[in-house]
Design a protein around this ligand. Structure first.
Ligand SMILES: [Mn+2]
Length: 427
C-alpha cells in the first residue's frame, strides 16, 4: 500500500520576486501548482491516501483561493478512491476546519487539539494515522504530554504540526525524545520548511514545505511517497516535484580578463546545476523536476572586476538567463559578491596610500583572536554594528548580532575594489 505525505503547502501564497517574464505563471509555479502536481502523481502512482501535515493554507484571507484549489484536488483524489487526511497547523488553525466543513471528502483529524486515529487498509496491509490539529494559534504545551497511543494492528503513523526541539515555542513544542517514545512507527511532521532526510529505516521528521516559498528554502521540495507492505515500512522516496525551485550557486571569476567573460562563467555554473538537477535520482518512472529555478548567484574568486560584473549581470535580473533540459527556465533572483582583489594584499599593505592602509586592516582580520590590532578593529566594528542593529527600523528583524569579521571583510574588499578602480581610471 502506498501513501503520499505532504508538508506545509501554504495555499494562497504567491511566489515573490518572480521576474516579469514569469509573472503570468505565478499560480502554476507557486503552492497551487505544486499541489496540482501532487494530486496528479498521487493518482498516477495509485496511492491509498494523501496526508497533509498542516499549514495547508497561508492564512484567513486565503479562504476562497484555498477552497478552489483544495476542493478541486480533493475531489479528483476521492473520485479515485484516495483518502485525503489532514491536520491544522498554526497558519490554518481556523481556515482549515472551515474548509473541511465545505469539502466533505476532506478528513480533518484531531479537531480542537484532541488526538484522533484514522485507519485505512487494503487486502494486505493497514495503516492507522494519529492526528492532532492546532486548537488555537498558539499552543505552548506539548501535544504529547500525557498522551499514550494504543497502537492498532499494522503500521501506526503520527501526523502532527509542531516545533521539535525548539524549547519554549508557541507552536506546539515537542522533543525528539517524546516523538521516539510515543510507541508508534513513525512521524510525519509539518511546520519546519526544510525537509529532513527521511527513510524507510527512520520515518520520523519534517516533510518540508511542498514548494520552497523563498530563497531561504533552497533545494528539492515535494511530497514523500511511502510504501508499506507486509506490515512494515518498505520504501520512502522524496519526489522533488515543486515546479519552482530556489538554488544558490557560486560563480568563480578567477582569471577573467574583462567583465564580459563573467557571462560564460555564469552560464557554465547554470549548466552544471541543470545537469545535477536532471540527473538527481528519483523513483523510476516518475518525472519530478522543477520547471523554473530562481538562482542566488554569489560571485567569488580573485578579480578586479567585481563592480563591473555586478552591474552587468544585474541588468539580466528580469530575464530568463538560461534554458536547461526539459525547457527548464533559470532566472537570477539574487546577486551578491564575495570576491577577493587580484592584488597581493601583503605588497599593497606596505604602501602609504589609502588602498595600502585598507589592505593592512584586511590582513589584520586574518590574524587570530588576541592580536591587538585585530581585536581593536573587531571590537570597534562590533559596537558600531550593535548600535545600528538597535535602531528601531532593524529591531523588528531580531536577526541577532552579525559577525563583525565577515562584515568588515566584505565591506573592506568592496571598498578596496572601488579605490583601485578609481586609481586605474585616473592612471
Ligand atoms: Mn508553515
Amino acid at each position: 500500500m502506498k501513501i503520499l505525505a505532504v508538508g506545509d503547502i501554504h495555499l494562497g501564497r504567491t511566489p515573490s520576486r518572480l521576474p516579469e517574464v514569469l509573472a503570468h505563471r505565478s499560480r502554476d509555479l507557486g503552492p497551487a501548482g505544486a499541489w496540482e502536481r501532487t494530486v496528479n502523481i498521487a493518482i498516477d502512482t495509485g496511492v491509498r491516501a494523501v496526508l497533509l501535515a498542516g499549514d495547508v493554507v497561508e492564512g484567513e484571507n486565503d479562504f476562497f483561493e484555498a477552497y478552489r484549489e483544495l476542493e478541486q484536488g480533493v475531489k479528483r483524489l476521492t473520485r479515485e478512491g484516495i483518502h485525503v487526511i489532514g491536520v491544522a497547523g498554526n497558519h490554518d488553525v481556523k481556515v482549515l476546519p472551515r474548509l473541511a466543513e465545505h469539502i466533505s471528502e476532506f478528513q480533518l483529524l484531531g479537531k480542537g487539539g484532541q488526538w484522533e486515529p484514522r485507519r485505512i487498509d487494503d487486502n494486505a496491509d493497514s495503516i492507522t494515522f494519529w492526528g492532532w490539529s492546532f486548537p488555537r494559534k498558539e499552543v505552548r504545551e506539548s501535544p504529547l504530554t500525557d498522551q499514550s497511543f494504543k497502537a492498532e494492528a499494522g503500521i501506526n503513523l503520527g501526523l502532527l504540526h509542531c516545533d521539535r526541539d525548539a524549547g519554549d515555542s508557541p507552536y506546539a513544542p515537542v522533543t525528539s525524545r517524546e516523538l521516539q517514545r510515543a510507541g508508534i512507527d513513525g512521524w510525519l511532521l509539518g511546520h519546519i520548511h526544510k525537509p529532513d532526510a527521511l527513510s524507510a529505516a527512520s520515518l520520523n521528521g519534517y516533510l518540508g514545505s511542498l514548494t520552497g516559498l523563498d530563497r531561504s528554502e533552497a533545494g528539492p521540495h515535494g511530497p514523500w511517497l511511502i510504501d508499506v507492505s507486509q506490515g512494515r515500512i518498505n520504501e520512502v522516496v522524496h519526489l522533488p516535484l515543486a515546479p519552482l525551485r530556489w538554488e544558490a550557486v557560486d560563480v568563480n571569476l578567477d582569471g577573467i580578463r574583462e567583465p564580459v567573460e563573467a557571462g560564460g562563467r555564469v552560464l557554465s555554473a547554470l549548466q552544471e546545476l541543470d545537469r545535477q538537477i536532471t540527473e538527481a535520482p528519483v523513483a523510476p518512472d516518475l518525472t519530478a523536476t522543477p520547471d523554473a529555478i530562481g538562482v542566488h548567484i554569489t560571485l567569488c574568486g580573485r578579480t578586479r572586476f567585481t563592480m563591473a560584473v555586478l552591474n552587468e549581470v544585474s541588468k539580466r535580473q528580469e530575464d530568463i538567463v538560461y534554458t536547461g533540459s526539459n525547457a527548464r527556465q533559470y532566472f537570477i533572483e539574487c546577486l551578491s559578491a564575495d570576491t577577493r582583489p587580484e592584488i597581493d594584499l601583503e605588497e599593497l599593505a606596505r604602501q602609504p596610500t589609502p588602498p595600502g592602509l585598507l589592505a593592512k586592516r584586511l590582513l589584520w582580520l586574518d590574524e587570530p583572536e588576541g592580536d591587538p590590532d585585530r581585536d581593536e578593529l573587531v571590537t570597534k566594528a562590533r559596537l558600531r554594528l550593535r548600535e545600528q542593529g538597535q535602531m528601531p527600523v532593524w529591531v523588528e528583524l531580531d536577526a541577532g548580532d552579525p559577525d563583525p569579521v565577515e562584515w568588515l571583510r566584505k565591506a573592506g574588499l568592496r571598498a578596496l575594489d572601488q579605490l583601485l578602480a578609481q586609481e586605474s581610471d585616473t592612471a
